[in-house]
Write a protein that binds this ligand. Structure first.
Ligand code: ADP
Length: 492
């Protein structure tokens, strides 16, 4: 169930935690498309607990072997089945025609309540001892899971709660009436609780009720405590700064491996880099672009203001005059899609635009583009630049958030080229064009270009470094929860 990077992380982080010895369950709503995928894969979800929450029946289903790799490294997937709320077509948040469901607050409020029920040991009386589970930590991600900590406020005993911030701009704000309808603990209606400007904010609940906060890069952890990037939550975050941790996302190195990727035209690695060229030729041909000796620039992105795709559009006349080409895959904002479509129609041999969501094309772009553009105005972590590094597409990024943390600027000193990509410092077309000029200067030196590619391919984007950091955050959260319990006069 994927709309962006949180889906990638929700698959790869639990698997990496499990590989490191943590006992993990992944919990998500039983969306219609997830149940359909189970059926296609002949995986029969099995009911392991049931209850009523907020006057509706809720079933907890376990799916064995549900992960992409369907082996022992995949943590068990548990689904919360509340058919009236989640057995619907479309994305997690919107119908097939792209309109947000009117009852999203109610849907995810109920999901959080049900998740809290699971976190308090819904399966503890199960006949099969293997299924009994009482977590030490609940790691709730982004606003849809923001109320889990709120629901657990009065729980005794209470697992530690870690709230993960993947994008602070999406906040889940709803009328006060929803707070009443959800029957949340009354004391939480407070400016240090879930109330934000007179509304119920799921995100704020996540920030205030958790024992520890974690976000997806150290850079973003710093930025969100400032008014410029705090989306109104910077004060809350400054207040909780000692509990806020920034840990860079890893990637699924099996799914994103140019040496074994079944979705690309020609497999390669840093020892066989010359073979990569075939992917560029195939990508150009597949997208109707003319053969060219100039760089091919790729983008795979949600079409949203955040992603800065308009910055590239602003600079397009100058860029096209430089002879570069574009292959863009994106979905989202209709006006941005129309602008890219118009550019592709006007310059069919130089610009290719695919409006939609296409996993295979995303892999082919990483494998074939010479340069990968991430002009994001802000970027909590970003995954595509990590895929690009691995696939030998040099990332050209706005120096912000996780992009700043993961792409080292290329520097030539004493004839030695270090770094992995190109930075630009201001999210505007002039700053962007300067980076493109620097990129073109390197392009004219193919040997150095290959050094840059190999530098990037040597970058370790796996979870190896981040998993111990997560372990520490979980321990910190458990300590905090224990302290809190002592102060409240009960044993956690
Ligand atoms: P965000 O989560 O803000 O959208 P990330 O860079 O963290 O950005 O992750 C985006 C993920 O979604 C990547 O795996 C990317 O390949 C994928 N993605 C985004 N848009 C598309 C698309 N139109 N088609 C295929 N994959 C896409």
């Amino acid at each position: 169930m994927k709309t962006g990077g949180l889906a990638d992380v929700s698959a790869s982080l639990p698997a990496a935690l499990r590989a490191a010895g943590h006992d993990v369950r992944v919990l998500m709503p039983a969306y219609a498309s997830v149940l359909a995928a189970c059926e296609r894969a002949r995986l029969q979800p099995r009911e392991i607990a049931r209850t009523r929450i907020l006057d509706q029946p809720v079933r907890l289903l376990a799916v064995a072997g549900a992960g992409a790799n369907a082996d022992e490294t995949e943590p068990p997937l548990w689904l919360l089945d509340i058919p009236a709320l989640f057995d619907r077509p479309g994305s997690p948040y919107a119908s097939a025609d792209g309109r947000d469901w009117q009852d999203n607050g109610w849907r995810f409020g109920c999901f959080c309540a049900a998740a809290a029920w699971v976190a308090q040991g819904a399966t503890l009386r199960h006949a099969d001892a293997q299924l009994r589970f009482l977590p030490d930590v609940v790691h709730a991600n982004d606003w849809p899971a923001g109320l889990v900590g709120a629901w657990l406020t009065d729980a005794r005993p209470r697992p530690a709660v870690v709230f993960g911030i993947h994008n602070l701009a999406y906040q889940g704000c709803f009328d006060r009436g929803l707070f009443d309808a959800l029957r949340l603990p009354g004391q939480l209606w407070h400016m240090d609780g879930v109330e934000f400007d007179g509304a119920l904010s799921f995100l704020k609940a996540g920030l205030t009720c958790a024992d520890a906060l974690v976000t997806v890069s150290p850079g973003y952890a710093r930025e969100i405590t400032t008014p410029a990037h705090g989306y109104g939550m910077d004060g809350v975050l400054r207040g909780r700064a000692e509990h806020l941790h920034g840990i860079v996302n890893g990637i699924d190195t099996a799914a994103w491996n140019p040496g074994t990727d079944p979705l690309i035209h020609q497999r390669f690695d840093s020892a066989t880099l010359a073979a990569r060229r075939a992917n560029t030729v195939a990508l150009r041909a597949g997208c109707g672009l003319a053969p060219s000796g100039e760089p091919l620039m790729g983008m795979v992105t949600r079409l949203a203001w955040q992603k800065g795709v308009d910055i590239v559009l602003d600079a397009l006349p100058e860029l096209l005059a430089l002879g570069v080409q574009f292959v863009v895959l994106g979905s989202g904002d209709a006006a941005l899609a129309a602008a890219w479509r118009a550019a592709a129609n006007a310059h069919p041999t130089q610009v290719s635009f695919t409006d939609g969501y296409d996993e295979a094309l995303a892999h082919r772009i990483e494998a074939g583009a010479d340069v990968f553009l991430m002009p994001s105005r802000y970027e909590p972590c970003g995954l595509n630049q990590l895929y690009s590094l691995r696939y030998g597409a040099l990332p050209l990024v706005h120096a912000t958030g996780g992009l700043l943390d993961t792409v080292r600027p290329l520097q030539l000193r004493n004839g030695r080229l270090s770094g992995t990509g190109f930075h630009f410092t201001r999210p505007d077309s002039l700053s962007f064009l300067c980076a493109v000029q620097a990129m073109l200067a390197l392009w004219r030196q193919p040997d150095l270009w290959q050094v840059a590619q190999r530098n990037g391919m040597a970058h370790d984007a796996s979870w190896a470094a981040s998993i111990p950091a997560y372990g520490k955050v979980y321990e910190t959260a458990i300590r905090h929860a224990t302290e809190r319990a002592k102060q409240d006069g009960y044993a956690a």
